[in-house]
Write a protein that binds this ligand. Structure first.
Ligand SMILES: [Zn+2]
Ligand SMILES: [Zn+2]
Length: 240
């Protein structure tokens, strides 16, 4: 019998373990009380520390946590989900994806056509030319960060059936209130269902826009997010 329940997962969330402003307990509390997300992935820049902490607390909040990392590859950001080993920044995108899949993880190209995306704003040709060499599982076709509207539209346009990759969405939240603004719809209810749903290419991305109030809140938080980003980068460089 096939499962016909569909659920929501936010696959792209930052905490204060990298450049997010929210702590792990604040994020979990928000997800549990203010959203209908069944699964979330904590994907801090170049560290799994926050994700592992969230994983320890998942039962307390009744949410399933996927341990992830947003790895800064030489070409741009790569998301790894279901990770057991942290991946260092500064490798090629190809090698980063290889290390994710080698440990049984799911590799996603987030905001592929943004400035920090693997393909960049002029990367449509490169995307099509390298698709068969880049063994990633999913393309983030919706990212809820304000001002990525154009990059989202390009990603959605470049995604088509028959490419062997799944479409996913994430909030890329750097503040607690942005969690769940972009999400992935998958068949089933658990993290393992999510993984299978990605494997079977049946996921899709949806947006839950926060409107002007959320956009203004983000603008006010940008200086703090930048400072945290600088501190995170400094720390990763020291440990690398
Ligand atoms: Zn990113
Ligand atoms: Zn991100």
């Amino acid at each position: 019998m096939s499962i016909e329940v569909w659920s929501k997962a936010d696959l792209h969330i930052h905490s204060n373990h990298s450049d997010g402003t929210g702590s792990i307990p604040q994020i979990l509390e928000y997800v549990a009380t203010k959203t209908d997300l069944k699964v979330i992935a904590i994907t801090d820049h170049n560290t799994m520390e926050g994700a592992l902490f969230a994983k320890e607390l998942e039962d307390l909040y009744g949410i399933e946590v996927v341990v992830g990392e947003e790895v800064s590859s030489r070409e741009g950001h790569v998301l790894g989900l279901f990770l057991t080993e942290e991946i260092e920044p500064g490798l090629s995108a190809l090698e980063t994806i290889r290390r994710i899949t080698e440990q049984g993880g799911v590799a996603i190209i987030p905001h592929p056509f943004s400035a920090q995306g693997v393909y960049g704003p002029f990367g449509r040709g490169a995307f099509l030319a390298t698709l068969s060499d880049m063994a990633f599982h999913a393309l983030e076709v919706y990212n809820s960060v304000p001002y990525l509207g154009w990059a989202n539209r390009v990603a959605a346009k470049m995604f088509s059936g028959g490419q062997g990759i799944a479409a996913v969405g994430g909030s890329d939240a750097h503040m607690v209130h942005s969690v769940g603004r972009g999400y992935t719809v998958f068949r089933g209810t658990t993290a393992e269902d999510l993984r299978r749903s990605i494997d079977e290419l049946e996921t899709h991305a949806e947006a839950d826009r926060g409107g002007l109030a959320l956009a203004l809140r983000y603008v006010r938080a940008v200086p703090q997010i930048r400072r945290l980003r600088a501190a995170n980068w400094e720390r990763c460089r020291v440990s690398a």
